[in-house]
Design a protein around this ligand. Structure first.
Ligand code: ZN
Length: 491
């Protein structure tokens, strides 16, 4: 039985602090038995997270790729006037994306290798900005996933390392407390845990706080056990925190808007944070008067937002008096509730594109349901109405997804015109492909997260109108939508 040796432990922590963006695969990344589907929800229940709606002008930066053989989706939060903070997070993400794209390829099979990078705000104040980034990777029989909490000193506009949360001379005591918490934790594989405490450098990449003000020290998936979910241990921070650590704790428990100074930002409209009981829920009714049996209809659809710049696209639609359908990611809806509200108020159809964009075909029915319901809750909280349409991420669906969609009363809306705007981020290319493939009753897929797509649509819409098209929402295009059923167009 070993005990934590303070000097060794101090060296471990110091090294851990320097290993923020390691591109190396963890040696335990493909632990035996880790090939079963992981739980998608990375959020530990005890973790203290910040309601994104308290931050005026918060946005998300989103990207998605459906490249040959694998899928990626990533999102990070963006504070107004703080693109430099976003750049720090991109530094964390970039090597993970590069490695995944290089390694994970599978030409066929229903379930493709997939990397999803998501976020939680764990502290926010004018002094401290803390964001926990998680990456979940599923590919072939390889599997990896981890969490890292990025701490930023807002006033100094600098990243702080995990060690900066603590008084330097308290680090040995910290390691000792982590050891004590882990060694008595039945979820830990004691051999892996001991190896971890002995010198693995990524052990303490994710340190945040629980709702009770305890430290929440997280170990990556498969790092300290054969479990496919990350394990966090609670550690008493009493006497350990540095001045910055104390500010971080306060920003976790009593968060406030960091309000990074520069351009004044408008406050988002306050939104109801809880959804109405099912019996009182308002679902969106959008079937209009257009008769697509008579008129030459086409439905434009936009996925993966909302982002703040979705407003630019909404302006284009509004100027031309046309309606579209927006399939929103739940998590992004929580960052941009005012945009969700506007989408509904402008008369566009609301669609559900899941909470954090996983490939639903690898999830259980209950996980699929959670992805969908949580998203509908977020959209309803922002817009006052509940979406009735589902678009599975990547268009990946199966019988389980269809069954859950049917239970929830939602048809699955796919598409038959795809300009591949995620691949060629060029407005001319997007325009040419949409117009070149447009046809009567088509459902057109695009992504409002890309400026190149948003900028293409004024010309696209003008051309479609002059070609005699009537632009409609999906419920307008498709009468009598059947829950669970797949629709590719309005034929
Ligand atoms: Zn998508």
């Amino acid at each position: 039985m070993r005990t934590a040796a303070p000097l060794t432990a101090l060296a471990v922590l110091a090294l851990a602090a320097c290993s923020q963006s390691s591109t190396d695969a963890s040696p335990t990344a493909s632990a035996p038995g880790a090939s079963s589907p992981p739980a998608v929800d990375f959020v530990a229940p005890e973790l203290s997270t910040v309601d994104p709606t308290i931050i005026a002008g918060l946005d998300v930066q989103v990207d998605e790729s459906l490249a040959e053989g694998h899928y990626t989706y990533e999102a990070v939060p963006v504070l107004p006037n703080a693109q430099d903070f976003t750049a720090i997070m991109r530094e964390y993400i970039a090597p993970r994306l590069d490695r995944f794209r290089e390694i994970e390829q599978s030409a066929d099979g229903d379930t493709r290798p997939e990397l999803t990078i998501s976020w939680d705000i764990v502290a926010a104040s004018p002094q401290v900005w803390g964001v926990r980034l998680t990456s979940a990777e599923v590919g072939g029989d390889a599997f990896d996933g981890d969490a890292e909490t990025v701490w930023i000193d807002v006033a100094a506009r600098e990243q702080r390392w995990v060690t900066d949360l603590f008084e330097p001379d308290a680090l040995p005591e910290l390691v000792s407390r982590i050891y004590d918490a882990g060694v008595s934790d039945p979820r830990m594989d004691q051999q892996l845990f001991n190896e971890q405490m002995d010198g693995e450098l990524e052990a303490f990449d994710s340190v945040a706080f629980t709702t009770e003000g305890q430290l929440w020290v997280e170990f990556d998936r498969a790092q300290v056990s054969t479990s496919t979910t990350p394990i966090g241990v609670e550690v008493d921070p009493d006497g350990l925190l540095s001045d910055f650590g104390k500010l971080a704790l306060e920003a976790a428990l009593s968060p406030s808007d960091p309000a990074v100074p520069a351009i004044p930002q408008p406050s988002p409209s306050p939104v109801e944070s809880t959804s109405a009981p099912a019996s009182e829920r308002q679902t969106q009714e959008l079937e209009g008067d257009t008769d697509c049996g008579v008129e030459k209809c086409i439905a434009l659809t936009f996925d993966d937002g909302p982002v703040a710049a979705t407003n630019d696209l909404l302006d284009v639609l509004q100027d031309r008096g046309v309606k579209a359908t927006f399939f929103m990611v739940g998590k992004n809806a929580t960052a941009n509730p005012a945009v969700v509200k506007r989408i509904a108020e402008d008369g566009h159809a609301l669609g559900n594109h899941t909470w954090d964009h996983p490939q639903l075909t690898r999830l259980s029915a209950s996980e699929v349901r959670k992805e969908i319901e949580r998203t509908s809750d977020a959209i309803e909280a922002a817009a006052g109405v509940r979406p009735t349409l589902l678009r599975p991420p990547y268009g990946a669906t199966n019988g389980t997804v269809a069954d859950v969609a049917a239970e929830l009363g939602m048809p699955q809306i796919l598409w038959d015109v795809d300009p591949e705007d995620w691949k060629d981020k060029n407005s001319d290319t997007v325009r040419e492909r949409v117009l070149g493939n447009a046809h009567r009753n088509a459902i057109v897929l695009s992504h409002d997260i890309h400026s190149t797509t948003r900028n293409a649509y004024a010309a696209i819409i003008d051309s479609l109108i002059s070609d005699g098209y009537t632009l409609v929402t999906v419920p307008d295009l498709l009468d009598d939508l059947e829950p669970g059923k797949k629709y590719f167009n309005g034929k």
